[in-house]
Structures are given as structure tokens and as C-alpha cells.
Design a protein. Structure first.
Ligand SMILES: O=C(O)c1cc(=O)[nH]c(=O)n1[C@@H]1O[C@H](COP(=O)(O)O)[C@@H](O)[C@H]1O
Length: 339
């Protein structure tokens, strides 16, 4: 990852150009993720340096403690997990010192062949979204990750700058659809059989259809073309997706492993997506590997399950962290293997 020259990234209008100017060819994120999951299994290790965990690990409440924590988690994940997901909020809380640590974590993840998913949950009006996109998805940003989490609740179309930049730079996006927290239902389930979450899934499916077609159909239409017809049960909106080169497209969704039977109740068919599903909620939030397999049924081969505290509780020793990673990887691989 190249360091940006100081002071050369202040003009929001030039963010897009700067983002790809020095781009080295990179395989699409979905292809790289599919390969990583085939080689190392369906586990994403969440790096969530909660102050209480730093304390439990006997680390000082300083930027140095934050860095030591993060690098141990990375070491434990290396070779065993497909990806790591640093929780941006827990770095941001330290101000610039936290971001300096996060920059290092992202660089070291790449050196360790771990895909990085910056869990930033960004979402804003389009013009501001371009700046968030540049921060997390452009080649010359010190915070560039392989993928970033996005919140579509200012409207899926508001994410366009990030979706387009990710596609241009071979990076990925994970769009919140059905989150693992119980409060999410109050927004995401609205509409019942014509739910808000269903509209998000349909929009992501259309995005991936456009990626496969190699065109910008998704960006040119928020209307009737493709599958994004707004909210709704999506069983009749399947753009067949099994023909993606390399297996997965690069726009994914976030669906909590804790959602139980909500998918069925809302009439949502995940086979339309063709992109990866990031599934937090495994481990500390109560979903076990069998629950992950049950929730994701026919698309279990596309699921990347995240565990943060479930692994991190085994620190501070890298050895016991690594054992926890291996256990999680083993049980998820077994539960999620295609039957
Ligand atoms: O986007 C996420 O990763 C996310 C979405 C969601 O619906 N639920 C959820 O827990 N997460 C994140 O996943 C991580 C879960 O952490 P643990 O519960 O400790 O495994 C946290 O960083 C959450 O912010």
C-alpha cells in the first residue's frame, strides 16, 4: 500500500480520479474472497479492541496497548481465517493515534494474506459518500481496506460513489440488510412481505448483475431495470447468478447469524445475491455454527461468519487465541460445507 503525499487529497472533486490513478490491476474482491474461503474456510476474525478486553489482556489503555492487541489478533488469524474485520469505532475512539494503529493493522493484514474488511458502516448523501469511499476504498488512501461495511438507510442509491469506486479498484462492499441486533427489525422488517430488507437485497443483486455484465447498469438506473423495484419479497426477482467468474461478485450484504427465521418470514431468497454474506452474531451474540448453517440454508457456501469477542476472549496469548480461531474455523467449515 502506498503512502499518500501529504496534502494532496483535499479536493473532494479530485477524489475519484486520485482513487484509481495509481491503481495496480487487482482481482475483484469477490474472486479473492472466494479463493480465501476455499483455502482457509468461512471465518472472519473481528478485531474489536474494546477497552474491557485491553484490560483483560493486561494491556495499557494507550495507543501502544491498542496496537499490541490488534497485532496479536492478526497473528492468531493469519493462515487460519479468510479475513479480518477491524471495528473502526474502536480505533476512532482514540483519535488520530487510533487511526495510525488502524493504518498499520490494514497494512499488516495485507502482508499476512488476510483480506481486510473495515467495519465502518458508512452511509451519507452522495457527495459526502464520495469522501467516505475515497477513505476506505481508494488505492492511495492510508486507510484503504479490501472491503468496507456500508449502511444503506439513507437510500441504497446514496451508496453509489462507494459501489462504483469499489468496482474500479477491485475492492468490496458489505451492505447492511438484516442486522444482528434486535432493534434492527424496527426499520428493516417494515413492509412485511414487501420489506425494506428485501429491497436492499434486490438492489445488491442488481449491483452484482451489473458487475457480471461488466457494465454500469446499476449506476444508471434506480428504476425498473433489473431487480431493484424497491421493497418487496424477492422470490420472483432472481437474476440468475451462478455464472459469476471466480464464484462471487464483490457487493455483499450483512445479515446477522442471529436472525433465526426472519428470512423465511419476510419471504427473502438469498440465492438472488451471488455476492458474499457477512454474518456477525456467531459466538458472543449467541449463534452457533449450526444456527449459521440453518439461517443461510442454500447459500451457505457464500457465508463469511464473523467472530470478534468469541475469539478475543481467549487472549492475551497468541497461542490460545490461535486455538480459538482454529476451533471456530473447524466448526464453521463443517457446518457450512455444501451438502
Ligand atoms: O457490520 C457488522 O459487522 C455488524 C453488523 C451486525 O448486524 N451486527 C454486528 O454485530 N456487526 C459487527 O460485528 C461485530 C460483532 O462482534 P462480536 O459480537 O463480539 O462477535 C461487531 O464489530 C459489530 O459491530
Amino acid at each position: 500500500m502506498t503512502e499518500p503525499a501529504a496534502g494532496d487529497r483535499h479536493d473532494a472533486d479530485s477524489l475519484d480520479d486520485a482513487a484509481t490513478s495509481a491503481a495496480a490491476p487487482r482481482e475483484p474482491f469477490g474472486v479473492r474472497l472466494a479463493r480465501a474461503m476455499a483455502e482457509r474456510g468461512p471465518l472472519c476474525v473481528g478485531i474489536d479492541p474494546h477497552p474491557s478486553l485491553l484490560d483483560a489482556w493486561g494491556l495499557p489503555a494507550t495507543a501502544q496497548g491498542l496496537e499490541t492487541f490488534s497485532l496479536r489478533a492478526l497473528e492468531a488469524a493469519a493462515g487460519q481465517a479468510a479475513a479480518v474485520k477491524p471495528q473502526v469505532a474502536l480505533y476512532e475512539a482514540w483519535g488520530s493515534a487510533g487511526f495510525t494503529v488502524l493504518e498499520r493493522v490494514l497494512r499488516e493484514a495485507a502482508d499476512a494474506q488476510l483480506l481486510s474488511i473495515a467495519d465502518a458502516k458508512r452511509g451519507d448523501i452522495g457527495s459526502t459518500m464520495a469522501a467516505y469511499a475515497a477513505a476506505w476504498l481508494s488505492d492511495d488512501s492510508p486507510l484503504a481496506a479490501d472491503a468496507v461495511t456500508l449502511s444503506p438507510y439513507l437510500g441504497f442509491g446514496s451508496l453509489r460513489p462507494a459501489l462504483d469506486l469499489a468496482r474500479r479498484t477491485g475492492r468490496g462492499t458489505f451492505v447492511l440488510a438484516l442486522t444482528s441486533n434486535p432493534e434492527g427489525a424496527g426499520v428493516q422488517h417494515v413492509g412485511g412481505a414487501d420489506s425494506v430488507a428485501g429491497g436492499i437485497l434486490a438492489a445488491v443483486a442488481r449491483e452484482n448483475g451489473a458487475e457480471r455484465a461488466g457494465d454500469d447498469a446499476a449506476s444508471s438506473s434506480e428504476g425498473p431495470r433489473g431487480v431493484d423495484r424497491g421493497r418487496g419479497s424477492n422470490r420472483d426477482q432472481i437474476v440468475t447468478s451462478s455464472d459469476a467468474p471466480g464464484g462471487l461478485s464483490s457487493c455483499g450484504v450483512v445479515i446477522g447469524a442471529t436472525v433465526g427465521e426472519d428470512l423465511e418470514r419476510l419471504g427473502l431468497d438469498l440465492r438472488i445475491l451471488n455476492g458474499p454474506i457477512l454474518a456477525p452474531g456467531y459466538g458472543a451474540q449467541g449463534a452457533d455454527a449450526d444456527a449459521v448453517a440453518t439461517v443461510f440454508g442454500q447459500v451457505r457456501g457464500t457465508v463469511l461468519a464473523n467472530s470478534s469477542r468469541g475469539v478475543l476472549a481467549h487472549g492475551p496469548s497468541v497461542r490460545s487465541l490461535r486455538e480459538a480461531v482454529e476451533r471456530a474455523r473447524g466448526e464453521l467449515s463443517e457446518a457450512l460445507q455444501e451438502r
